[in-house]
Design a protein around this ligand. Structure first.
Ligand SMILES: [Ca+2]
Ligand SMILES: [Ca+2]
Length: 367
């Protein structure tokens, strides 16, 4: 994140900076999304460009190259060409748009392409932009002069690909979903983790940073909108419990209030004491479905700015509302994603609506 911001500050007319973002820890078989951002500088509208991305071909496979948010290159007057060489591990990307109205071209910092990879083997996979003699970005300045700009600063991205853990010790497998996080278009939620608090048999144990793996979709009929939500699978390792223990599980997402799950296929707030989840079922492979009642989104701040306090109130509402009006191009990294409940990589009115629904849902519950 830091790297990205630093690059933006250094932007100058001498070159077009390329900012790759999305590197993270992932499991083999997972789909990874990389955003290709460009910074043409304050006064240069970018009309054309070409660059070559080099990726670790033994560990990554290119699934698709898609629009990253600049429509002009994908519209009628635009053309995007990608030449993928899986043998060499390169993607040559060309962008061209023919338009007389220069203001439709992007300038400054913008994400131009989205590249989907599949993680195919374990290990460290690097992605970088190759310096090419003929890398040229054609831009038009505010004074309508056509400039040729060369490649400026770039960064290297690392995906750390792990093999799925095979563990024989006691654990609890579960599916979970997040309110407003739909199966389609949710590209910025893949790194979300949850905190699990397991309560039962006189014990309360907290497990932080439980990793989630995208696993299909879940149709949830709640609040009158049944568009499928993204479903995630997780596993909580439970060294402190025994096979046959009866427990309740409290889950909390990164911008979500804690929800109690006490039974399989739960589809509303669990208002009973204790829980009916029995550990070690189905030779430890049973997957509890908690995705029918999504984790409620909205807790993005508390007394300290930008830090969740476990409560959903007017502070959270004001925080998200204040970010909706901000120009999306000015935000990046975590700053941009705090409040992005539908995972579309920007904070908008839909996110505010999701927060309001969570507030209503929470207020209707008494416990
Ligand atoms: Ca809060
Ligand atoms: Ca959003």
């Amino acid at each position: 994140m830091k790297e990205k911001q630093d690059l933006r500050k250094q932007a100058s007319v001498e070159g077009v900076d390329v900012v790759l973002s999305g590197g993270r820890e992932a499991l083999r078989g997972e789909e990874l999304i990389m955003m290709v951002g460009l910074n043409s500088g304050e006064n240069n509208f970018l009309g054309m460009g070409e660059l070559q991305v080099k990726y670790d071909k033994d560990k990554l496979k290119v699934v698709a190259v898609e629009n990253g948010g600049v429509d002009v290159f994908f519209g009628e007057m635009g053309m995007v060409k990608e030449e993928i060489d899986a043998e060499a591990g390169t993607i040559l990307l060309s962008l061209v748009a023919v338009e007389s109205d220069m203001s439709v071209f992007p300038k400054g910092f913008f994400n131009v392409l989205k590249i989907r990879f599949e993680a195919i083997a374990e290990g460290e996979a690097k992605v970088l932009v190759e310096g090419r003699e003929d890398t040229v970005f054609l831009t038009e300045g505010d004074d309508f002069e056509v400039n040729n700009l060369v490649l400026g600063n770039t960064n290297e991205l690392v995906y750390n690909i792990l093999d799925e853990e095979i563990d024989e010790s006691l654990g609890l497998n579960f599916w979970v979903s997040f309110s407003g996080l739909r199966a389609l278009g949710a590209d910025c939620a893949d790194e979300w983790r949850v905190r699990a608090t397991v309560v039962g048999e006189g014990k309360t144990k907290v497990y932080e940073n439980v990793r989630l793996l995208r696993d299909g979709e879940e149709r949830v009929e709640l609040w009158g909108n049944d568009a499928p939500l993204a479903r995630y699978r997780g596993r909580i390792f439970l060294p402190d419990f025994e096979v046959g223990d009866k427990v309740a599980v409290f889950l909390k997402g990164p911008m979500h209030i804690q929800v109690k799950y006490g039974e399989n296929n739960q589809n509303s707030w669990y208002e009973k004491e204790g829980g009916e989840i029995v550990l070690g079922q189905g030779e430890n492979d049973f997957v509890y479905n908690f995705a029918q009642y999504p984790l409620l989104a909205g807790d993005v701040t508390g007394e300290s700015e930008g830090v969740s306090d476990g409560i959903l109130d007017s502070r959270d509402f004001s925080y998200v509302k204040s970010k909706v009006s901000v120009d999306r191009n000015l935000l990046s990294g975590e700053e941009a994603l705090r409040g992005d409940f539908d995972g579309n990589c920007t904070v908008g009115n839909i996110d505010l609506a999701i927060l309001i629904l969570s507030m209503r849902e929470r207020q209707s519950q008494v416990y």
